[in-house]
Write a protein of this length. Structure first.
Length: 317
């Protein structure tokens, strides 16, 4: 299945493919803005500032549902988040259609379809979270957002020159097989950590002792797995800059994320802030975005190592 899905046949780097790659990058940027905006909405507790969906204050006009809505911070946060979600949704639809028409690799079309499916589910979850006033759906909404972001990053990678030129970048052997397994385990551990973070941030209000302890223990496990991944990347890489570059990026993102997590927890314990205010909002938003970057970095390593696996297997046939 994997072998047929990630076939290493030659794909010409055409002008169309370059422009599709750039549009994918733009959609990734839009998604980063959307994730950041959503983090602010949660931090200032503005998730229910607009009580209805899919309408806004019973209006179907997304631009001006009520007079001067942008002058009310909570409504600016929540309705602005919806508008940014529309931008990401429209970009994903365009990216899917573009891929469907121009992409010769059938499995890339499937990935683009999965990204479209996730963004639709994400929009519905966001709306139902408001209509049903559900914190549980807020957690699911946050977790699906991260899954969509990583899928989009993977789709962008598949249209990049780095992917098309990444054949044979690992030195085959026992260490390589172990490295591939570790990358998958690390990516799974990071995603579980993101789920724990969403539970802590929403129903846990950032200070639930059991969730805090579990999240801290999870952070330690993730750090250990990332170190194993970085070490394995150095051993398994075959003179290529792709996997070591991703591993280096992973180490930087992990360091920043760990420091942001400690700072976010410290701000919660300070009476002056108690998890609220400008500084906690900024730090928690950066923590969420860096977490998305951490997961995306792990996914890139998984995909790059899988690409090499397929190539080496096909060469042996």
């Amino acid at each position: 299945m994997i072998r047929s899905a990630l076939q290493a046949r030659s794909i010409p780097v055409t002008a169309e493919l370059k422009w599709r790659y750039r549009f994918s990058l733009l959609t990734v940027l839009f998604t980063v803005i959307l994730l950041s905006w959503g983090a602010v909405v949660t931090s200032i507790e503005a998730g229910l500032a607009v009580p209805d969906w899919p309408t806004t204050f019973n209006s179907i006009d997304p631009i001006k549902p009520i007079p001067r809505w942008w002058a009310i911070p909570s409504i600016l946060a929540e309705h602005g988040h919806r508008l940014m979600g529309m931008v990401v949704g429209a970009s994903t639809v365009l990216l899917f259609l573009w891929t469907l028409i121009a992409e010769p690799r059938r499995w890339v079309k499937v990935v683009a379809g999965f990204a479209l499916f996730l963004v639709i589910v994400q929009g519905v979850l966001g709306g139902l979270r408001v209509v049903l006033v559900s914190l549980d759906l807020a957690v699911v909404h946050a977790c699906v957002a991260q899954l969509y972001f990583s899928t989009l990053v993977g789709l962008t990678f598949f249209t990049s020159g780095a992917w098309l030129k990444s054949a044979g970048i690992l030195q085959e052997g026992t260490g390589t097989t172990q490295f591939r397994k570790v990358t998958v385990i690390t990516a799974a551990a990071v995603y579980i950590q993101i789920i724990l973070g969403a539970l802590l941030r929403h129903p846990g209000a950032g200070s639930h002792i059991v969730l805090v302890t579990t999240h801290l223990l999870g952070a330690i496990i993730v750090v250990a797995l990332v170190f194993m991944t970085i070490k394995g990347a150095k051993r398994a890489s075959n003179g290529s800059s792709i996997i070591p570059k991703f591993a280096h990026m992973l180490s930087i993102v992990l360091t920043v994320q760990f420091l942001l997590g400690l700072l976010a927890y410290w701000l919660i314990t300070v009476d002056e802030y108690s998890g609220r205010g400008v500084y906690p909002t900024i730090i928690s938003t950066l923590h969420l975005i860096t977490g998305a970057a951490l997961l995306a970095s792990c996914v890139l390593l998984v995909l790059a190592s899988a690409r090499s696996y397929v190539t080496s297997k096909e060469a042996a046939v």
